[in-house]
Write a protein that binds this ligand. Structure first.
Ligand code: CP
Ligand code: NVA
Length: 327
């Protein structure tokens, strides 16, 4: 495989790139467990640009860079003049003269695209409103570890079917032959451009793509995936979202309705426990009905959420290595 260079959006990836990166992630994970840290990015300086908050993505890029011999530098929203004192193009050119790679998390896809266009170095999308491609790699690695294969599995995303995680999961899965079902109320079903890309991917791989507002369509799913109902930047839509989504909660009845021994996936952070400090502070007046997943499912033996979180780091390593080395 030629070098990946940048990773800005899922639709730009090929099946071969995804599978090759997953293979490398498996190897890097095994090496880390054996105490080995191959210095595949020795001496590289990596900028970590975060205009939105993060636990996993920031931690994963930082540890991945350190393990591989690179030097990560965190630049938060308040730290650099991004689109205020200086154009995106100029910032990209300056960063590209100093850093060997740039991770970007923020709202606009046009920013990560602009960084890739103007910086001259690999740029990785750490989440925009449209895509979350590094998450998708961790999701696929987790599924492959658990089931031993990908092609022919069925993943069902329940909840806000228009968000970044749903978009990336859909396209990544369809490219490698995993069937995708999106279950969401009509107002939160995938945008037309995502449906177009998904249908094209489905035609190429033969994996099926199905969008529904009927919760009973979870039947047959090998994995149930959900994400927060209110993504970063959408906080003013809280009340509306809870009303739209309260019948789409992932609970034990829904897991049973698959009719299979299904696993539960979530990119995290998750709303699942009303009794925590964050639960008491964040949740409003709807109580249990506003949780996208119940605590019982989140903590069940079928929940792979912490494997997914750990796999962010192994897959991000593989993505960065693939950007500088031919695999
Ligand atoms: N899943 C994920 O991207 O988590 P963070 O927002 O904590 O980075
Ligand atoms: N959809 C969520 C994902 C967080 C990892 C958000 O954008 O906030």
């Amino acid at each position: 495989m030629p070098t990946l260079n940048s990773l800005t959006a899922d639709n730009l990836l090929t099946e071969k790139e995804i599978l090759t990166i997953l293979d490398l992630a498996f190897k890097l994970k095994a090496q880390k467990k054996a105490g080995k840290r191959p210095q595949l990015l020795a001496g590289k300086n990596i900028a970590l640009l975060f205009e939105k908050t993060s636990t996993r993505t920031r931690a994963a890029f930082t540890v991945a860079a350190n393990d591989l011999g690179a030097f990560p530098e965190f630049l938060g929203k308040a730290d650099i003049q991004f689109g205020t004192k200086e154009s995106l193009e100029d910032t990209a050119k300056v960063l590209g003269r100093m850093f060997d790679g740039i991770e970007y998390r923020g709202a606009k896809q046009s920013v990560v695209d602009g960084l890739a266009q103007h910086s001259g170095v690999p740029v990785w999308n750490g989440l925009t409103d449209e895509w979350h491609p590094t998450q998708m790699f961790a999701d696929l690695l987790t599924l492959k570890e658990h089931f031993g294969y990908l092609k022919g599995l069925t993943v069902c995303f329940v909840g806000d079917g228009r968000n970044n995680v749903a978009n990336s999961l859909t396209i990544g899965c369809l490219k490698v032959g995993v069937n995708v079902v999106i279950i969401a109320p009509k107002q939160l079903q995938p945008a037309a451009n995502i449906v177009d890309i998904a249908q094209q991917c489905s035609q190429i791989s033969g994996a099926t793509y199905f969008v529904s507002d009927n919760i009973e369509d979870v039947k047959g799913a090998d994995a149930i995936y959900t994400d927060v109902w209110v993504s970063m930047g959408e906080e003013n839509q809280y009340e509306e979202r809870i009303k739209l989504l309260k019948n789409y909660q992932v609970n034990e009845a829904l897991m049973t309705a698959t009719g299979k021994k299904s696993v539960f996936l979530h990119c995290l952070p998750a709303f699942h426990d009303l009794e925590t400090e964050v639960g008491k502070e964040v949740y409003h007046s709807y109580g249990l009905a506003e949780l996208e997943v119940t605590d019982a499912v989140f903590r069940s033996k079928d929940s792979l959420v912490f494997d997914q979180a750990e796999n962010r780091m192994h897959t991000i390593k593989a993505i960065m290595v693939a950007s500088y080395h031919q695999l």
